[in-house]
Write a protein that binds this ligand. Sequence first.
Ligand SMILES: [Zn+2]
Ligand SMILES: [Zn+2]
Length: 565
Amino acid sequence: MTRVRWIVVLVLAAGAVGSFIMMPPAARTLPMPASLRPPVRGAIHVHTRRSDGTGTVDEVAAAAGRAGLDFIILTDHGDGTREPDAPIYRHGVLCIDAVEISTASGHLVALGLPRVPYSLGGETRDVVEDVRRMDGMAIAAHPASARPQLQWRDWNVRVDGLEWANADSEWRDEPLYTFARTLLTYPFRRPETLAALLDRPGATLARWDALTIERPTVGVAASDAHARIPLTSVGDPYDNRVSLHLPGYEQIFRTFSISIPGVMLTGEPKGDAGAVLNAIRRGDLFSSIDALAGPVVLSFSATGTGGSAQMGEDFVMTDPMTIVVESNAPESATVSLLRDGRPVKSAAGGRLETVTSDPGVYRVEIQWPGAPGQPPVPWVVSNPIYLLARARAVATETLPDLPKQLDTRYDNGPATGWHIENTSRSRGALDVVPSVGGTRLLLRYALGGTEDEGPFVALSMPVSEGLANYDRLVFTVQSSRPTRIWVQLRSPGSTQGRSWHRSIYVDETPRTAVVRFDDMRPLEATTTGRPVLADVRDILFVMDTINNRPGVSGQLWLDEVKLGR
Ligand SMILES: [Zn+2]
Ligand SMILES: [Zn+2]
């Protein structure tokens, strides 16, 4: 043989030995104990070709079927204005349509929304408020993304759930040599190779524990399946650059799943989708890394004299409770019970039983021997049972903080000094129209031009002496269509750091809006602090394309505009 051939042979041999040494163990198939009902299993947070995924809905469903899943929750990027597909079974897999919304402080997975009559977007607190008003569930997506701009950045907003693990962000934060190892072993053991990239997401789990101490918060392991890795960057999932169609959907679905023990599917898509979504909303689910071992069966309950509680439930303790964890984990696994995020008891194998008199937020983790990561990723993560010392305080109506003084700026008669501003291809008109017992202001608007032009129509109210004597704006508002409008404070001179705004929801029902100046945020993300109220010279009511598509037109009525303190 020539020298070149020898080198080729040696390289191939080294590659083969390398793959063999680095090969992750094969996923173990677990027995199904007769005493425990197998849960309904599925994947949440899945992209299709409708946004930046590589498969059609049908192809993705087929892949989920091959991976043994019962349901998938599709979350293509959008603003909520697309009519969600009705739930449907494809290839034996229940397909539930939902949406992933980009907000100012991170991506939000919104479940259970109808078609929204205006675009969801803008400040995270507003999008979450909108999702709640429409009875949806708001889940903070990939909170620990490797890309800072995709991380969740506003934990003051009360979300209903968070992704304690997100496959897509886990895989993107690995160093290059790990990727090289991945390419060596992926052809042989695909889900196992993907799982080998996981670590314990310690910061996100700690964040989740802290949130659950304040209020119930659901934790899910999200697939974030796109079935592609962009080759030109570490990857904003939402771009259209050259990408490798790896890992495939089926492999992602074989790596992770969420399981719902409390639901039985009947084959009727609408009812089944409702049952799955309700269980997720209640927090009656656990996550597992099936590429280590699966399918996982888990039962976790707390029982006292007054009854018992399952995952996601509150229970007011009056006497000691018996907590029982049962699963099909083998003896080599370790099951841990955590209270308020701290381990309080652990046992070898799949069963743990303990009696507790301590109220707290209890959840379960099961550790697989030799699980990947430093520290190792938990194999099974339950949702909490909330053992309470006393019933949760019912959200009492906080006493309205009534202003001591209100100065009327518009009530009846001409709108002296008010004027319209708009981009060149948008149109606005202001009229004084009759109302009950007087007049009110009517703004007619049409947003024209492309999104890039930043179309807007604004109605400006002069406040020549500034706002130093006031802390809020109060007005009645009615709109010809549901949408959000911005109330903006503007100071003359440079635009940098001189404009502050707050968005409010408006629709056909007249309502009184109160906008507090200390609750407004700067237009520019770089500005901090508070608006200098003495410098403000006008208040604007703005329609723009954060919550409206270019091309929309409508009417907005304003009355009883007052400044208060
Ligand atoms: Zn995202
Ligand atoms: Zn996503």
